[in-house]
Design a protein around this ligand. Structure first.
Ligand code: GLN
Ligand code: ZN
Length: 754
């Protein structure tokens, strides 16, 4: 019987209890030495390797580990270090490494951005300066370590040259081939050393192949992989893609390599395979366990999927693996002690996914009968949850006949709102959150631990609200906020209160650097249970004659920042969330709140990788937003907020949301956002952030005025609002007060000048 190989693409770095994160934080705070950091993180790394060995994974990735980010690792390995860090850092190489990621007194950190369509952020390589050269061979070091310490014959993982260069900046498109030419010999050195060390398999990640490629990109890809094949023909290279099916299927699968890794969970790889076949001389590394979600997979179904792949590719040429690295899911469900077993049994985090991989590889090798017991166990767990009260699908068509249109069109309702709200020209407001001091967080922790009563905690929050209503009045803002002191996180807060969500104890995943997030898990039908924000908003409103904005997280953002059940479509879940929020908005309105903001900062990042899927996503996003907000009276004003400035490609969507007022981050866009408005007319009200909230720096009145004046050349003052870029949660109190004071002063002077 031919052996079916099982493989993994990457294992969580953070440790079962976030030991990795804790070690990093301690090191940065000067509490432990570099040696301690390296030791503690090595323990975490070896633990992960041991786990994978225990789960009988044949090809265990090594070198996927990092102390911050794997893209940064690749850059530093090739000596891609921005000039400003070469002069500033005199210390160890680790110091330089962290400086690039985190910045220093004298040098700003490199830019950080999202890794494809995930919530992981990588450090953007800067290619504009010195020539690259090989500084170390990380994959080799990790390969040797795994072999020496644990006797594991690992599979080194590298970020491929096409993806690496494409993700970097500091060059023009036409220079791409030159950069490839520069990096190619360095990659070849790394690969040659790996070969000499006896490495048999190498995984080269090229997720960029799942996006739209130009002809030139493909030419370069062919050139690179032909060169690799020439120098190390005896090593099995796996060209690994993920997050979607590949764009130029025939070109990609014919690249010279021992194996091609394709994602069979997202996109249409199976269709492509059936249509175009697969080269006989290659292995197909089939990603069939979802590395992006937390649910156990129906193994029966997945074996069938493998069997259909096996109709085209011989079994011994199939490698069974997850769809992508497991860094996007938490470590293990074992740590979750408080979960309802009905739910827990249906969950699968990284360790459990490895079990699923092993079972599937065995099942494919020996036939379905050999793993019947395991299959039954998995289908059972899924069935039990599907038939539980949690998933009654009472809300299968949650939108039903609910209207998604406001009664009056914008032009007519804004007149009613203006009359009711009586705001001055160029009204001032903030985005919602106000400084969450250490004390606020301490009080919440005490309350969570049961050290203070619900009542005491509530009193504490009320005092904060009162304090800040007074401050905002003093400053002279026009539309006030309650400050969001009761929220740790804008999605988790709602996840804890809506039906159908759960918040785990240890379900952390890395977001960027040592920062981990714990996305809520949507396990059942999402429904409104009880008012979530009414108490705080109403209390704040009772303290002032000014208008207080109600503050909610929008349906798309809640969806995109959660793990979502996979038994019904994401869009149905989205509608369920929207309907639940609609109830909340109606409650706020009933209780006298006249302005309600529904934040959608994650709307744009949810855009599918493939542009042909954009329309559907954007239409459903608009539908959900309107489903949540359309039922309010004409005179109730709906705001929304987004914090990104590359706006051009979703401009129509933003307008279609039909929000009365939108506030957008602007300061870091270098005028790009304003030019978007030059090219498109926007007829609703808008606040382009007038100062950057990411820095403690207090903006001067003059600079705020200049920012507003620049915008007013394009947008009529009758439509314009004055607000900061985003929430003020991470800022200090004194700097916030000073900045907002300058902002309201600027507004006063600007009004006079109109
Ligand atoms: N209302 C939220 C806040 O002010 C918005 C946060 C965001 O846009 N990410 O914190
Ligand atoms: Zn924001």
């Amino acid at each position: 019987m031919a052996k079916v190989i099982s493989s993994n693409l990457g294992y969580p770095r953070i440790g079962k209890q976030r030991e990795w994160k804790k070690a990093l934080d301690k090191f940065w705070n000067g509490k432990i030495s570099e040696k301690d950091l390296l030791e503690e993180t090595k323990t975490v790394r070896l633990e992960g390797l041991r786990k994978q060995k225990e789960k009988e994974i044949d090809l265990i990735p090594v070198g996927d580990f990092t102390l911050y980010d794997h893209v940064l690792d690749t850059a530093v390995m090739f000596g891609v270090i921005p000039e400003r860090f070469q002069t500033d850092c005199t210390g160890t190489s680790l110091e330089t490494y962290f400086s690039i990621a985190r910045g220093t007194q004298n040098a700003v950190a490199s830019e950080m951005t999202k890794w494809f369509n995930t919530n992981y952020h990588y450090i953007v390589p800067e290619f504009n300066e010195s020539k690259p050269s090989l500084k170390e061979n990380r994959p080799l070091d990790f390969y040797n370590e795994a072999k020496e310490e644990l006797g594991i014959e690992g599979k080194p993982v590298l970020l491929g040259p096409i993806t690496f260069i494409k993700l970097g900046k500091g060059y023009e498109e036409v220079e791409f081939p030159t950069l490839v030419e520069e990096f190619l010999p360095l990659y070849i050195d790394v690969l040659t050393e790996l070969k000499e060390a006896g490495v048999k398999w190498i995984q080269i990640d090229e997720p960029i192949f799942s996006t739209a490629l130009t002809k030139e990109d493909i030419v370069q890809a062919e050139y690179v992989y032909e060169s690799f094949a020439k120098v190390i023909p005896e090593v099995n290279i796996i060209i690994q893609t993920y997050f979607e099916s590949v764009d130029s299927y025939e070109k990609i699968v014919n690249l010279p390599a021992a194996a091609i890794g394709l994602d069979f969970v997202h996109g249409n790889s199976l269709e492509q395979l059936n249509k175009h076949g697969f080269p006989k001389d290659k292995k197909l590394a089939a990603g069939i366990i979802d590395g992006r979600n937390v649910w156990r997979q129906d193994l029966n179904h997945q074996i069938d999927l493998l069997e259909s792949i096996a109709e085209i590719v011989d079994k011994e040429n199939i490698i069974v693996q997850p769809s992508c690295s497991l860094i996007h899911v938490p470590v293990t469900t074992e740590s979750e002690k408080a979960l309802d077993l009905v739910i827990k049994e249906a969950l699968s985090f990284a360790d459990e996914k490895l079990d699923e991989i092993s079972i599937l590889a065995r099942g494919l090798e020996r036939g379905k009968e050999s793993v019947l017991l395991e299959i039954r166990e998995s289908t059972n767990a899924i069935e039990v949850l599907n038939h539980s009260d949690y998933r009654q699908q009472i809300v299968k068509n949650p939108a039903g006949s609910l209207s998604t249109e406001r009664e009056l069109v914008f032009k007519e309702r804004i007149a009613l709102q203006k009359e009711r709200l009586q705001l001055p020209l160029l009204p001032t407001t903030t985005i919602g959150s106000l400084p969450q001091t250490a004390e606020v967080r301490r009080e919440r922790l005490k309350w969570r631990k049961g050290e203070i009563t619900d009542q005491a905690y509530e009193e504490y929050i009320k005092n904060e609200i009162k304090k800040w209503i007074d401050i905002q009045e003093e400053i002279g803002l026009d539309v006030l906020v309650h400050g969001e002191f009761e929220r740790t996180d804008m999605v988790e807060y709602f996840g804890e209160k809506l039906n159908g969500f759960l918040v785990t104890q240890f379900g952390w995943v890395q977001s960027y650097g040592s920062r981990c997030v714990r996305p809520p898990i949507i396990f059942g039908d999402v429904t409104f249970d009880r008012p979530m924000t009414v108490k705080e908003s109403v209390y704040a409103q009772s303290l002032t004659q000014k208008k207080v904005k109600g503050m909610l997280t929008g349906p798309v953002t809640i969806l995109n920042w959660s793990f979502v059940r996979d038994d019904i479509s994401r869009f149905d879940v989205l509608d369920q969330i929207a309907v639940a929020l609609r109830f909340e908005i109606e409650e706020l309105e009933k209780n006298g709140i006249k302005i309600i903001q529904v934040d959608e900062p994650a709307l744009r990042e949810g855009l599918p990788l493939k542009s042909e899927n954009w329309d559907q996503y954007l239409n459903r996003a608009v539908h959900a937003f309107k489903l949540a907000t359309a039922s309010v009276q004409n005179s109730t004003q709906i705001h929304t907020h987004m914090c990104y400035s590359d706006f051009q490609d979703i401009f129509e969507t933003i307008s279609a949301l039909d929000a009365d007022v939108i506030s957008i981050e602007n300061s870091r866009s270098h005028g790009e956002l304003i030019s978007t408005f030059k090219e498109n007319t926007y007829d609703k009200e808008i606040g382009l952030g007038v100062y950057d909230i990411h820095s403690p720096r207090v903006p001067t009145k003059e600079e705020i005025k200049a920012n507003v004046n620049r915008a007013l050349q394009i947008i009529p003052s009758s439509q314009f609002w004055i607000n900061p870029d985003c929430g003020l949660k991470t800022r200090q109190e004194t700097e916030t007060i000073a900045a907002l004071q300058n902002m309201t002063e600027a507004a006063k002077e600007l009004r006079k000048a109109q």
